[in-house]
Design a protein around this ligand. Structure first.
Ligand SMILES: [Zn+2]
Length: 442
């Protein structure tokens, strides 16, 4: 019956467990709000009854249907989490935290001990995961249940083995939409934020990595999932390099404790984007011509590093590829976007230095590290390039220990607020890092 501890699942999700009818708690799946409306108790969304009625007369929830249909003819099966029991947990980590990381790690531990929430605002490439280890160890030894969730499955896939390596004897599970492994109870788990909808008062500590990323940001369904998944007495930990306005506001109003880590572990400043006018780039590429400024920039950058070119739309990417290939026939080149079936192979290829130039959509704005790259954002004034997207993109450069003089360039034909704000934020973090003696001046 352990499979039901802290869970909130439909019968079809838990086949093959004996004694489930007699020994589990059953909870309603939906709640009538008033004559007209009904709320789904898995995802919290409120629907007009007339729009969600089935032929049978039951009501269903269209909002979370991708997790399997919830309707009023069903019940949720649940059992409360057992009491926490202290235990010894084997922990191996040979690394060392920087002074800045250590401060954040200590603060985080203090917050968790007090069951308070905290945001960690750490610059791209700061080394966020390492700062969690000590706190996770404390939680496990206290008998707590701890979840690490991210809106992005690729982030989950990367986090899981890193955490498992540090707690080699700990049972862990990775939950996401495409997994084949059956669910089992573990004290420590990594999952996508969608999977949280299947939990109820389960976690003493819930970490949400990349809290500002799609699809979590501004998504009331996933927020409801988080609130349902944590215990009443618990800590939420938000990790981000680019907090939303809402999180910044909560910090300023002292409603949310925040630790800022303004420097990377290698103690160099974040590369500050430089801007360059690129006359009518869009029209030129559409006509199959190459914008002069772009080609000149690629030429200088590619002599020192590999080059990532961010492009605002997929159709423009294909046109740009033809243009760049013509100019650089000897440089191995690829393009990649979210719908590309060879996406993973191409990213791997870039990591393995099989390409010198990679043209990409915003999918590579976060979560990836390449050695020795420079970045060009073509059409940085396009509206897909929000402030946070630009900060994340600039953060792809100079992440490794060895310095390769990587650069970040915003090519545009009309400077936007988003571009200026991104540059301002990066500079602000750098000066904070210098002030706190976390950055060595070069
Ligand atoms: Zn729902």
């Amino acid at each position: 019956m352990k499979e039901l501890w802290g869970r909130k699942v439909l019968k079809k999700e838990i086949t093959g467990i004996e004694g489930i009818e007699e020994h589990s708690q059953k909870l309603p799946t939906m709640k009538v709000q008033n004559e007209k409306e009904i709320q789904c108790l898995r995802c919290g969304q409120i629907h007009n009854k007339r729009e969600v009625q089935l032929v049978s007369g039951s009501f269903f929830c269209p909002a979370c249907i991708q997790l399997g249909r919830v309707d009023t003819s069903q019940m949720f099966y649940h059992l409360p989490e057992p009491e926490s029991i202290k235990r010894a947990v084997y922990f191996v980590w040979e690394g060392e935290l920087t002074k800045g990381q250590q401060e954040v790690s200590d603060k985080l531990l203090t917050s968790v001990k007090k069951a308070e929430s905290r945001m960690i605002w750490a610059v791209t490439g700061a080394g966020k995961t390492e700062m969690l280890f000590k706190m996770i160890h404390y939680c496990l030894e206290s008998g707590y249940r701890i979840g690490v969730a991210s809106p992005r499955v690729d982030v989950c896939l990367e986090l899981f083995p890193r955490i498992q390596a540090v707690f080699p004897d700990e049972e862990m599970i990775l939950l996401h939409g495409k997994m084949e492994e059956a669910y089992r109870y573990t004290k420590l788990l990594v999952c996508t934020t969608h999977q949280l909808l299947r939990f109820r008062q389960a976690f003493d500590v819930l970490i949400i990595d990349e809290v500002d990323a799609f699809p979590f940001v501004g998504n009331s369904l996933l927020r409801y999932g988080v609130q349902q998944a944590i215990k009443y007495h618990s800590s939420l930990v938000y990790l981000t390099a680019t907090p939303t306005k809402e999180l910044i506001r909560q910090t300023q109003q002292k409603k949310l404790h925040t630790s800022i880590l303004p420097a990377r572990y290698h103690r160099r400043e974040l590369p500050v984007p430089k801007i360059k006018w690129c006359h009518k780039w869009q029209q030129k590429i559409k006509r199959g011509n190459s914008p002069r400024e772009l080609i000149a920039k690629i030429r200088t950058l590619v002599s020192k590093n590999d080059v990532l070119i961010f492009c605002p739309t997929i159709s423009m990417m294909e046109q740009l590829k033809v243009v760049v290939e013509k100019q650089f026939p000897k440089a191995p080149l690829a393009s990649v976007h979210s719908k590309d079936p060879d996406r993973l192979e191409k990213v791997m290829g870039m990591r393995n230095k099989e390409y010198r130039i990679l043209i990409t959509s915003t999918i590579l704005e976060r979560g990836v590290t390449f050695d020795g790259v420079s970045v060009i954002v073509l059409g940085a004034n396009h509206n897909v390039f929000t402030t946070s997207a630009l900060v994340q993109i600039a953060g792809r450069v100079d992440r490794r220990k060895e310095y390769t003089a990587g650069e970040v360039w915003f090519l545009h034909d009309g400077c936007t607020k988003g571009m200026k704000e991104a540059i301002r934020q990066i500079k602000k973090m750098n000066s904070l890092g210098i002030e706190r003696e976390l950055i060595d001046e070069m």
